[in-house]
Structures are given as C-alpha cells and as structure tokens.
Design a protein around this ligand. Structure first.
Ligand SMILES: *Cc1c(COP(=O)(O)O)cnc(C)c1O
Length: 394
C-alpha cells in the first residue's frame, strides 16, 4: 500500500477506537521519528511513555535480533531463562518477593485485582471485597481495570461493571479515612497519575494510606504502569517517598516497545495463589524478557536515574518561565510533566506536530511531556524552543 493510501484504508478496515492525524511513520532513530515523506519529528510522546531508550536503540535491537534467532515463544508450560532472569532483577530492586507476568498495563491491573480478592478471600472471607480508587485515575480498558478507571465516559457505555468500587479525591486524608475500613480489600493508586492529568500523590498521603491499609488489613496497590521504571527519575516512582506497597503493576516501558506487563507481589500474597488461578499464553516469552533485561539494566543505573532527574528539573524550570496567560499550572516529576492550559490542548498538539514536535495530552486541557529518558540536553532545548513558539501563537 502507498503511504498516501494508508489513512483512507485504515478508515475502511480498522475499528474506529482511535482518531489519528494523517501522518504515517516509517522509522525511528533515537528521539526522532520519520514519516513517509521523510519529515523528521522530535518524539516527546515515546509511544505514551513506552520507548524509554528511544527508537532502534542498538543494544536493544541486537538483543531482540539475537533472541528472535534463538527462541521467541514456548508458552508458559515450560521454563525459559530470560523470564526468570528478569524477575530476579525486578524482585531484587523492589519491595516485592515474586513476579506475575502478562502482556499489558490493563492485564497487570487485572492480575492485581484477582490476587487482592484471592488474598482477602482466603484470609477474611467473601465480605472483604471493596476496592478504593481515586478521582482522575486510569488503570486500563479491560473490565476489571475499567471498573477502576475514573472517567465516566470510558466506563458508562459498558455497564454493568464490577461493583464495590469507590473513587475518592486524591490527597484527601479525611476522605481516605472514611473510605478505608473493615470491608476494604485493596486501595489502587498511581503514585503519579498519567492519563488523568499528571497529578502527584503526596508522600504524606501515601504514608497515611499505608497506615490505613495496615490498620484495616487491606492491600496497598501501586499502579506504576506509566510512572514506574525511571520515568520520574527514581527507579520506582514511590521510591521518592519511601512508602512501599503490597502489589505494584508495571508495563509501558518495561520491554522498550514490546508488549509486557508485570504484577509484583509480596510473599504473603503469593502464598494465597494456586496453580491455575491465573495465566496467559503469551506472557513474558524469551523475546520480550530479553528485551526487557536490556531496558532494566540501562535504566536502573544510578547515573541514568540521576540524569533523568536533572533533565526533568531543567524542563520544569524552563516551562515555569514561559510567559503565557494561557498556562495555569506546570507539574509532574522527572520526565513526566503536565502543563495545564486554560483551553483544550488539541490545537497546540497539532501545531507542534506541524513544526516537527510530537506531544500528547493527558485529559482535555493538559499537555503531557514524556520524551524518551535517553534524550540529550540539546534535544530538550530543541523541543522547548518549538513548544515555546507554539504556545506564543495561542
Ligand atoms: C496506560 C496505563 C494503563 C493501561 O495499560 P495498557 O497497556 O494500555 O493496558 C494502566 N495504568 C496506567 C497508569 C497507565 O498509564
């Protein structure tokens, strides 16, 4: 098919769950993407916080090529090495004792839900099933994860969803004290909300949730699908606050662009799971896990994380200096930054793309900045200049 025919053919053949601009990307290199006309774009979207090492990273490509030539899939009926070697890294670098693998963020949250319900059922019986989540949270599109997602527009057309879920305001200690009680099974929270507009949970709030969960024997679940694995300049976003969960879900950047999800749990929770309780045909085959090892080993280095923090601080300080009446707030952490405007950001995103800069929204009025974590200072400067010009034209 000619590139020029793609958008029309897509409109004919693809279920219309996405509205895409008429750009067809052909290849990527580092922080740049190239379209079918040869136009270059600075990629500040990273496939929605996925391609943390940028595009076509040589070490990642080499590992994928090598592994594809050796072994790609045998299903979870058999042992393979990359699967376990990745789990060892995840466990040794976190609060967790064990890892369950799947293929996406939504699936990682489905597993977290099932494990939390199983744990509560085994220890306390069927009445302990209530789940607490937060306003503006996003946990995915499958039925369980969708039931935990705040935006009514995403949920309502698909009712009935899971019952026994309540949404409370983020960082509202009193609301948390009211909502978390004897029947609470788990509290799901993104330490830094992504899709919902880049809202951070405060450290004191996470500690309060930890105490409430301890007091009422409920599980604290962190969804670090977007904010985890170095995005905030800490290996895990919650490392900035020193408050550990009982379960943590990961996905987006973990395999550098290949599909993977992971649900990390403590031994207490793992002990209640039996053979056959959950599973996946594709999850964590040798190919994705080998790719994920490359990603993990690069990102987990202290110098790498320090560089993300300092790049994030630079962007944040430049953004706060942009002189525009339309900017209401600049917030976030590391290289996950939100700029809230007094109007929808879609025209700004379109204008930036026209000038060769890709950015994405996080809700109607919030521009989300999430470049590859390997971006250089010069490449950040280049993007800031383009973005500044687009904002000035508002
Ligand atoms: C993207 C996202 C999900 C869903 O991940 P998918 O891989 O799209 O299923 C879940 N939680 C958070 C915080 C996310 O950002």
């Amino acid at each position: 098919m000619k590139p020029s025919e793609i958008p029309q053919a897509e409109a004919r053949y693809i279920v219309p769950t996405y509205s895409r601009p008429d750009v067809v990307f052909i290849h990527g290199e580092g922080v740049y993407l190239f379209d079918s006309e040869g136009k270059r774009y600075l990629d500040w979207v990273s496939g929605i916080a996925v391609t943390a090492l940028g595009h076509s990273d040589p070490e990642w490509v080499q590992a994928v090529r090598d592994q594809a030539g050796k072994l790609t899939h045998v299903s979870n009926l058999y042992h393979t090495a990359p699967h376990v070697e990745l789990a060892q890294r995840l466990v040794e670098s976190s609060f967790a004792d064990r890892v369950y693998y799947c293929n996406s963020g939504a699936e990682a949250n489905e597993a977290a839900l099932k494990f939390a319900r199983k744990w509560a059922g085994v220890h306390f019986g069927a009445s302990k099933k209530h789940i607490v989540a937060f306003e503006h949270c996003f946990h995915g599109r499958t039925y369980g994860a969708l039931s935990l997602t705040y935006k009514a527009k995403y949920r309502m057309p698909f009712a009935p969803l899971l019952p026994d879920i309540s949404f409370i305001p983020l960082n509202d200690i009193e609301a948390a004290q009211h909502a978390i009680g004897e029947t609470t099974c788990a509290v799901f929270i993104e330490p830094l909300q992504g899709e919902g507009g880049i809202h951070a949970a405060e450290g004191v709030f996470l500690s309060e949730l930890r105490s409430l969960c301890n007091a009422h024997e409920a599980l604290l679940v962190y969804d670090e699908v977007q904010c985890g694995l170095g995005r905030t300049g800490y290996l895990w976003a919650h490392d900035a606050h020193g408050v550990n969960p009982d379960i943590m879900t990961l996905a987006k950047p973990l395999a550098g662009g290949l599909p993977i999800g992971a649900t990390l749990v403590t031994e207490e929770i793992a002990k209640t799971i039996r053979v056959g309780d959950h599973g996946s045909t594709f999850a964590a085959g040798p190919l994705v896990c080998r790719a994920a090892q490359v990603v993990f080993d690069r990102i987990s280095r202290p110098e790498f994380l320090q560089a993300v923090r300092s790049k994030g601080e630079k962007v944040m300080s430049q953004l706060t200096k942009v002189d525009s009446d339309h900017i209401l707030d600049v917030r976030g952490s590391g290289l996950l930054i939100g700029v809230e405007f007094d109007q929808p950001v879609k025209p700004l995103i379109d204008a930036a793309r026209g000038r060769g800069l890709l950015v994405v929204n996080a809700g109607e009025n919030v521009l989300r900045i999430c470049p590859p974590l390997v971006i250089s200072d010069e490449e950040l400067e280049e993007g800031m200049e383009t973005l500044g010009d687009c904002i000035a034209d508002l």
